[in-house]
Structures are given as C-alpha cells and as structure tokens.
Design a protein around this ligand. Structure first.
Ligand SMILES: NC(=O)c1ccc[n+]([C@@H]2O[C@H](COP(=O)([O-])OP(=O)(O)OC[C@H]3O[C@@H](n4cnc5c(N)ncnc54)[C@H](O)[C@@H]3O)[C@@H](O)[C@H]2O)c1
Length: 349
C-alpha cells in the first residue's frame, strides 16, 4: 500500500493519472489535492467518486498549514506534483500566479516532504529518508527553450525557457534539484512533450480546434502555423510517470516523448479533414510573443534505462481523441460555459 499525494489531479493530465493509477495499482491510496482553479474540473473524476481508495481535498499547494495537515493525516509517502498554472498564453498576460503556484507551491511541498520523510528532521546534515518515499516533479520540455530545424532535447541540456510559464517550470525543476542535492530528498523530474487526449481544457490547441470545428467557428492559428511540437497521448505520459515512480533512480531527470513531431497547422488540417469541415475556417492571427519554433524530445534515457515505450501511435491516438470529444459534447459545453464549477458546489459544499 502506498499513499500517493497527487496535486492538480482535477486537471487534464492529473485526472487521467489518478484514474490510471487506481486501475493499475488497486492497493494504492490516492489523495488528490487540487485548488480547483478554472482548469480543475471534478467532472473528470465522477466515475471514481465511490472508490474507497480515492480521496479528494480542495487545497492550494501554496498553503503550508494545509499541506502539513494532509501529510500528517494521510501518511503521504509519495508526491506526484502536477499542480500548476499551465497555459503559456495566460502566463504572458498574468505571470505572477505562475511564479507563486509553480515555484513557491513546489517549494512548500518539498519543505513538507522534508519535514515528514526525513529520518531525523532536526539534523540539517541528515540525508537519510524513510524507505520507499519519492517526490516526482512533473515538468515540461518547454524548459529547454526552442530548437532550430535539427536536434533534440536531451536531459543534460541547459535550461533556456522563453515564456513566463516555462521559466516558472524551469525554476521549479531547479528547486527540486537543489532540495535533492542539499537535503537528499529522493526526487525525480520528468519533462514531457505536448499531451493530447480526453479531458483537456478547450483552450489548448487540439480541443480548441475540435470544439471550434464542431461549432463552425474560426480556427485561430498563430503566425504561419509552422511551430513544431512532439505530441504524446496523455495515457502514455501517465504510464511513463508510473514507470519513473517505480524504477527511476533518485535525483535523475527523464525526458518523455513520443517521436511524433507535427506542425500545428498540420494538426489543424487533420482535425478539419476528420470532422469533414472546410479549411476556410482557418484564420491566421498574429503570432504570440516568444513563441518557440520547434520542440523535439530525445526519449532514449527512459526507453533504454527504464524500459518504457509509448503505446499509442499519433494516428490512432488523435482519432480516438476526436471521437472522445464528439461523444462528450456535454463535458465540453459545461467547461466552456463554466458550468462544471457547479459540480463542486453540489458535491462538496
Ligand atoms: N499539458 C501538457 O501538454 C503538458 C506537457 C508537459 C508537462 N505538463 C505539466 O503537467 C502538469 C499538468 O498539466 P495539465 O495540462 O494537466 O494542466 P491543467 O491546467 O489541466 O491542470 C492543472 C491543475 O492544477 C490545479 N492547480 C492550479 N494551481 C493550483 C494550486 N495553487 N494548488 C493546487 N492545485 C492547483 C488546477 O486546478 C488544475 O486542476 C503541469 O505541471 C504542466 O506543467 C503539461
């Protein structure tokens, strides 16, 4: 039995992860701590409401007292930190909350793990921790900055973030590293490429385009649409995190990617074609400042050292994803209208 604190478990990747873990490890207890910002949606988790190994607590990871209480009452031995402000566009308009949640929130969690997991918390030289504990920081390939036409990100590259979002994630990675080096906390950092799949908030490229297509609305494409990203199905990201949790060597960073480089415009055209719409819906808009041109992940370390492989091809994953959004239009409508917040009030208040 493990007691896993999943932060941000009501978001896109966190909610997929919580469900996958309950399925894959029926003897684990999952404590989902989420502040329920605009991006947190408990409707993503309704199918596990009655699972006795699942508990939801509404809390902010920046709240030290609350984190302390949760560690004490739930005997947490593992942390998977998804909680973050995650949308680059928002970070350009309102950077501060990205810095406080993504950096200070991570530090608060690290301080709490140090207090509860260290064998002798009062000895500043003690680097001995209770057996089996682990702090896993969910990071992003965006911390490496942008690539030219060639090359791939490897774990040893310098961090050169270009947006307030990626700078806040890079800062969190450095704090996690420093707490490992200075205090000995058993940590891993994972840096994943762009995710797609069910339950993604429709402000991100793929669900935004699907939703707009379904409503015959314009499809806004930044610049020339030739920004290249490596795309990974969310369930492959979740299985990679599970692998790192169980097999990752303490202190190591693991890149996670699917070898699926696609230009944004090609994804938009694929969605249009699959939904039988017209490319006339595409509207090229002014590019966003600091827009990275290309990301590509070298996943050799996690595949060769830990034996992880993605299960999805992009072609299969994107079709299933489009079908999921077609089958779950009520979910999209609730998210777009803000109606999903009512669920929390009905269930918890
Ligand atoms: N989406 C991607 O493609 C991608 C790729 C690589 C890494 N990541 C990382 O994975 C993590 C999850 O991404 P996502 O796309 O699921 O994001 P998301 O925006 O869908 O979810 C974030 C969740 O965190 C919660 N949250 C925000 N601030 C909080 C706070 N202060 N305290 C507690 N909870 C808080 C939100 O309510 C939400 O449920 C992030 O750390 C992100 O940087 C995302």
């Amino acid at each position: 039995m493990k007691n896993i604190l999943v932060t941000g478990g009501a978001g896109f990747i966190g909610s997929n992860f919580v469900k996958m873990m309950l399925d894959a490890h029926p003897d684990y207890r999952i404590i989902n701590v989420d502040a329920l910002t605009y991006a947190g949606n408990l409707e993503n988790l309704t199918d596990i409401d009655d699972n006795s190994n699942y508990h939801f607590i509404r809390a902010d990871i920046r709240d030290r007292t609350k984190m302390d209480e949760i560690f004490a009452s739930c005997a947490i031995d593992t942390v998977v930190n998804f909680a973050a402000e995650s949308h680059v566009d928002r970070s350009i308009v309102e950077p501060e909350v990205f810095l406080t949640t993504n950096i200070i929130g991570t530090q608060v969690l690290l301080d709490t793990t140090k207090k509860y997991w260290k064998v002798n918390p009062d000895d500043k030289y003690c680097k001995e921790y209770k057996p089996g504990v682990k702090f896993l920081q969910v990071s992003t390939d965006e911390v490496y900055g942008a690539l030219g036409a060639k090359g791939m990100f490897v774990e040893t590259m310098p961090l050169l973030p270009n947006s307030p979002y990626s700078a806040s994630k890079a800062s969190a990675d450095l704090i996690v590293r420093a707490y490992h080096e200075t205090f000995g906390i058993p940590v891993n950092i994972t840096r994943c490429s762009n995710n797609y799949g069910p339950y993604q908030f429709p402000e991100k490229l793929i669900p935004l385009m699907i939703n707009n297509c379904l409503n015959n609305k314009e499809l806004p494409v930044y610049g020339d649409g030739m920004q290249i990203r490596d795309w990974l199905h969310v369930s492959d990201h979740c299985s990679a995190i599970d692998t790192v949790l169980h097999k990752g060597l303490n202190g190591e960073v693991y890149n996670i990617g699917g070898n699926n480089e696609k230009a944004n415009i090609d994804i938009v055209k694929l969605i249009i074609k699959t939904l039988g719409k017209s490319e006339n819906l595409i509207k090229y808009v002014k590019d966003r400042p600091g827009h990275d041109r290309r990301y590509a992940i070298d996943n050799t370390k996690i595949t060769s050292e830990l034996g992880w492989e993605p299960a999805y091809t992009f072609e299969q994953g994107i079709l299933e994803t489009i079908e999921w959004y077609l089958d779950n239009q009520v979910w999209i409508a609730n998210v777009v209208s803000g109606e999903y917040t009512v669920y929390y009030e009905r269930m918890y208040l």
